[in-house]
Design a protein around this ligand. Sequence first.
Ligand code: PAF
Length: 289
Amino acid sequence: MRIARSFSELRTLLPRPGSCPLWLVPTMGALHDGHGALIDQAKSEGGFVAVSIFVNPLQFAPGEDLDRYPRTEAEDLAFLDKRGADLVFLPSPGEMVPKSARIRISSGRIGTIYCGASRPGHFDGVLTIVLKLFHLFSPDVALFGEKDRQQLFLIQEMVRDLALPIRVLGLPTIREPDGLAMSSRNRYLSPKERDTAAHFPELMGEAARLWAEHSGHPSKDPLSIPGWLSEALVRAGFRVDYVALADRQTFLPITGGPAPDQAYLLAAVFVGSTRLIDNLDLSAERPGV
Ligand code: PAF
C-alpha cells in the first residue's frame, strides 16, 4: 500500500492518467466497517483504490468537536492495508487548507437546512475539500456512505452543476447489530449513552412503518410522522436537533400537500454531547413504489 503525505508525493504515486480506473474513498479517518464497505465495493470493481484521510477543519463550526475528533492513523493504516487499499493520502492541514485560502464552494439553499441549519458553513467546508480532493486525484468514481444523505446529495449536485467528469456512488449505511448506524463519533458514547443510542434506529424504523401504514390510509396523515418521531425520541432520552421529511428528488422539506411517494426521513439527535444522524429512504417502505 502506497502512502502519500503531500501533493507532490501523491502526484508520483497515482497511476498514470487513463491507465486504469481510479476509485476514491474520501474519509476523515477513525475508520470502521462503514468505510470498509466502500473500500470493498471499490476493490470488487477492480481498478486502483485510493483512500484519503483528512480531518477537514472547514466543516467544523466553532465550538464543535474538531480538537477531539478521533485521530487514529496507525490503526487506520493497518485497517486499509488489510482491506487491500492501493494508496492512502494523508495530507497536512497546512497544504489542504493554507492560511491564505479564502475561496469556498457554496452549497446553496440545501446546504443551509437540516444539518446545515445547526452546523452553519458545514457543507460549504465539505464541498470545498471534496472538490479539492477531486482535483488532486481526478478519480473516475468517488464513493460515499448514504448515512450522510445530505452530504451525498450535495456532492452529487456539485458534480452535476460543475460538470465534473466523476461518477459519485452512494452505498447503503452499515449498521451495528442493534441497528445503530456506524460512525466515527460512536466511540464518544459512554456505555449508558450507547444503550440509549440503540433506540434511535429503532424509532426511525417504527416511524418508517407508520409512514407506510398512514400513506395507504385515507384518514391518517403521513406528514404527522416527524412530529410523532420527535416526541418519541425525546421520551427515549434524546435531545432532538431536527426530524424532517425531504423530497427524494429535490431534497427540499416536505411540510404540506399530499404526501409524496418518494421521500427521505432525516433526523439528528444528541445523546449527551454526541450528535448522531440517520436517515431512511421511505420509498423502500411503500410496496409498489
Ligand atoms: O464524510 C466525511 O468523512 C467527510 O465529510 C468528507 C466527505 C471526507 C469530507 O471531509
